[in-house]
Design a protein around this ligand. Structure first.
Ligand SMILES: C[S@@+](CC[C@H](N)C(=O)[O-])C[C@H]1O[C@@H](n2cnc3c(N)ncnc32)[C@H](O)[C@@H]1O
Length: 199
């Protein structure tokens, strides 16, 4: 993550929750309900932001499970910690997940509204599978909208490099990098791809 990207998210942090209208509790629960997450699992929430997924993941994995929530924006992470710092099965780490080693082994890695911000998605996913994902584990690329909604936001912010293709095209692209990706859902309200290691 560049310093200007960190500054960008630090600036957005105080108003993030008020503006993040797509991640309603109902929609987040529906999306998470479609994923292979259950009691006792370990989940990594990369780019947790203000922690929109955190209370739901914490509840699903329960006291026997664990959630590690990572962000490099101090502005975002401090809000997440204020809101959910008391949750016993959650830890917050300030790490550049594309550059630094992440501690722990996980059943599920969430990239929720984060994928377009990756600089080197193929390398990052390869590294995650090698270092942090349990055998049979999965990386989930998800958004609480379709790609048109995401691309409109990025267009308004003049960040065209963050373009998100339709889910089936991104899944094909990820498969061409040697992973096993499949589309779980592609509707106006959900964009979900699961990625597994198939080599
Ligand atoms: C669009 S926000 C999404 C936040 C949250 N997942 C949500 O849906 O509200 C993307 C987040 O990813 C974080 N991020 C992007 N690249 C990162 C990296 N390489 N390391 C750590 N955090 C990163 C940003 O700081 C930002 O908080």
């Amino acid at each position: 993550m560049t310093q200007s990207e960190i500054d960008f998210f630090d600036n957005l942090a105080p108003t993030w929750d008020a503006n993040e209208i797509r991640s309603t509790p109902e929609r987040v629960r529906i999306i998470l309900g479609k994923l292979p997450i259950s009691k006792g699992m370990t989940v990594l929430d990369l780019g947790t932001g203000t922690g929109v997924l955190v209370p739901y993941l914490s509840e699903i994995v329960g006291p026997a499970g664990h959630v590690t929530a990572i962000d490099l924006s101090e502005g975002m992470l401090s809000i997440a910690k204020q809101k959910y710092g008391e949750l016993k099965n959650v830890e917050f780490l300030k790490i550049d997940f594309e550059e630094e080693q992440i501690p722990g082994l996980y059943d599920v890695v969430m990239l929720y509204s984060v994928y377009p911000h990756l600089h080197a998605p193929a390398d990052t996913m390869e590294w995650l599978f090698k270092m942090n994902i349990k055998p049979g584990g999965v990386i989930v690329i998800a958004f609480p909208s379709d790609e048109k909604f995401i691309n409109n936001i990025h267009h308004e912010r003049q960040s065209e490099s963050d373009h998100l293709p339709p889910a089936h095209i991104l899944a094909d692209m990820i498969n061409s990098w040697g992973f096993c990706a499949s589309v779980v859902s592609a509707t106006e309200d959900e964009y979900i791809i699961e990625v597994r290691y198939c080599n």
